[in-house]
Design a binder for this molecule. Structure first.
Ligand code: KIV
Ligand code: ZN
Length: 385
């Protein structure tokens, strides 16, 4: 597969790693609706499911393959022929099918999950890729728990699976173990020590157990990864996966650090898709979540509000419009200053001179101390009191 080294391939696994979260299961029609939104958002690959895991997941991969036209549809397997046969069957209507197969690469997994040896696991990895390749051209291989794997062995495995036909090599930090410099160094090592690495795309797949999933994915990109696996709202196993919206906005805000690197993501759709995924999966977004949390663009302290109202870039590195929000929020609490109160009163049509504002502000503080925050009706009542 020819790939563009200046393109960052965005691989969305909301419907696979994300959907594995207890309570987040979706019906097939719901998955189709989200897949279509992901297509509009501009992701390059949708991981649609793990077909051998259940008849429902199999059927979802079939239906998503039919419903989505312009995005690669990917199905997950373990490194065995039956999983791969079932995935190939589920993908038969996909216009651009990908099989994602793999096996544990760390000694921990080799010994305590497979009760096996490095040699045997390597042979199983190669056999799985060859089997997947008999069905589809586009084969992604994941070296599970690569975050804790021995580097030289990982490089040997990556080289062998590329030689067997893998077009993408996924280096998952399955347990969210690595520090950004460690994960970045791992990708750099593979770039420098795997002789055929240019024939494949390196993919970052990071979990958030230490809150580092996004930082690790960015470190991977800085060191040559050209695919990032992520989910909407960062949902996923345990503490979650890399958040798609965070990666996209980091690349936008820090464009100069990634010269020439492009993606197809339309960030203006973030707020809408985040809310849809959250409500369909019954998984609330934490208010302080970067980019899509309720408070991500809300200014509440007097010092920040005053600075923001003087010049928004004093306290805003991303324009709310760029992620699909109408405007930043100036929240009125007991910590707000006169400037913020005046801003809201003017918005509601009240023009106050300096003395009137001072009196109103005293009354405002009494109400604000008794309430968490004030809405328009509270302000109107204040003006009539
Ligand atoms: O975290 C992980 O290692 C995975 C693989 C199955 C890709 O999700
Ligand atoms: Zn994962």
């Amino acid at each position: 597969m020819l790939h563009d080294p200046n393109h960052l391939y965005v691989f969305d696994t909301t419907l696979r790693d994300g959907e594995q979260v207890p309570g987040c299961q979706l019906t097939t029609p719901e998955k189709i609706e989200i897949a279509k939104d992901l297509e509009s958002l501009g992701v390059d690959i949708i991981e649609a499911g793990f077909p051998v895991s259940s008849p429902g997941d199999f059927q979802s991969v079939v239906e998503l393959s039919k419903a989505v036209d312009n995005v690669i549809i990917c199905a997950l397997t373990r490194a065995n022929n039956n999983d791969i046969d079932v995935a190939a069957e589920a993908l038969k209507f996909a216009k651009r099918p990908r099989i994602h197969t793999g096996i544990g690469a760390s000694d921990m997994h080799i010994k305590h999950k497979f009760n096996s040896t490095r040699e045997d696991i390597l042979a199983r990895a190669v056999a799985a890729v060859k089997h997947a390749k008999s069905y589809v051209e586009d084969v992604e291989f994941y070296a599970e728990d690569a975050g804790r794997a021995d580097l030289a062995y990982l490089a040997q495995m990556v080289e062998a699976v590329i030689a067997a036909g893998a077009t993408v090599v996924n280096i998952p930090d399955t347990n969210g173990y690595c520090l950004p410099d460690q994960y970045g160094a791992k990708i750099k090592y593979l770039k420098e020590h795997v002789s055929n690495i240019e024939q494949a795309i390196i993919s970052a797949h990071c979990h958030n157990d230490l809150g580092l999933a996004t930082a690790n994915s960015i470190a991977a990109v800085q060191n040559g990864a050209r695919q990032v696996e992520c989910t909407i709202n960062g949902i996923g196993e345990r503490a979650g996966n890399t958040s798609l919206e965070e990666v996209a906005m980091i690349l936008k805000v820090h464009q100069q650090q990634f010269p020439g690197l492009t993606s197809n993501i339309n960030s203006k759709l973030f707020t809408a898709i985040s809310q849809k995924v959250s409500s369909m999966m019954r998984m609330p977004v934490q208010p302080n979540k970067a980019i899509v949390g309720k408070n991500a663009f809300a200014h509440s302290s007097g010092i920040h509000q005053d600075g923001f109202l003087k010049h928004r870039e004093n306290y805003e590195i991303i324009r709310p419009e760029d992620v699909g929000l109408d405007e930043a929020g100036i929240i009125l609490t007991a910590r707000s200053g006169r400037h913020a109160l005046k801003h809201h009163l003017e918005r509601l049509g009240y023009q106050l001179d300096k003395d009137e504002l001072a009196t109103t502000y005293e009354k405002f503080l009494v109400v604000a101390d008794a309430k968490k925050d004030l809405c328009d009706d509270d302000l109107k009542a204040l003006m009539q009191s």
